[in-house]
Design a protein around this ligand. Structure first.
Ligand SMILES: *Cc1c(COP(=O)(O)O)cnc(C)c1O
Length: 216
């Protein structure tokens, strides 16, 4: 199977209203270009530097999302490179994004990353802190919360993952129902190669898939 075959198979399978994000981690820009030429419209990058290289080849015919952890010293570059930042997990980083956006007259859609499995080594805000963080970010004029993102625990079995996705959907709906100003709960980004079907069943509308597309 080629990148093209893998991607077309996934695209055919996704229900209406679910968007695919191609996770480009460690892949060569040429491989990502093949995905784009096959019909990928969103690329998720973990690292600012990798995105810079890939974007130099592919350009702005696709949307670029940051899905990896963002350090404050990389925000300036990230603001220039990305169309969405999915990994916001603190007021401080949101404030820095807002500041850098204001300097260049840009406006950044963001997702709040949730550490749904409460894993100590992982980034993301704890489930009980999501609302507080969304409320705080809503005060920043050049940043707009557009939903939530999570990376579920790797160790979880099928039922475990389902349970995490369900919790995410509950948090998502609860915050959506608050109808906060400057918050538009549109995207629930969850599910990867081994879990996207389950995530979609539980309400994901943005899935991030890497290895299932790029493996041969
Ligand atoms: C690598 C990665 C993915 C894709 O994972 P696969 O298992 O390769 O599909 C999705 N989201 C994030 C944040 C990642 O780092």
């Amino acid at each position: 199977m080629t990148i093209k075959d893998n991607l077309l198979e996934i695209l055919r399978e996704l229900p209406d209203g679910v968007e695919l994000e191609v996770a480009g981690k460690t892949r060569k820009p040429e491989e990502m270009l093949e995905a784009v030429e096959t019909g990928a419209t969103i690329i998720g990058e973990n690292y600012v530097q990798e995105a810079e290289r890939a974007r130099a080849l592919i350009g702005d015919r696709v949307k670029w999302h940051l899905i990896g952890h963002l350090q404050s010293n990389k925000v300036k570059k990230a603001v220039r490179l990305f169309d969405m930042i999915e990994s916001v997990d603190s007021v401080e980083i949101a404030r820095e994004i807002d500041k850098r956006c204001r300097q260049v007259g840009k406006f950044m859609p963001v997702l709040v990353e949730v550490n749904i499995g409460r894993e100590p080594q992982k980034s993301g805000v704890l489930p009980e802190r999501v609302e507080e963080l969304v409320r705080a970010i809503s005060a920043f004029p050049n940043v707009r919360v557009m939903g939530l993102m999570t990376i579920e625990p790797r160790s979880a079995d099928h039922e475990g993952s389902r349970c995490y996705f369900k919790q995410m959907k509950n948090i998502f709906e609860r915050i959506k129902n608050l109808a906060l100003p400057n918050v538009e709960m549109r995207y629930l980004s969850m599910g990867m190669s081994d879990s996207y079907r389950l995530a979609i069943e539980q309400g994901a509308n943005l899935v991030r898939i890497g290895s299932k597309i790029f493996r041969d």
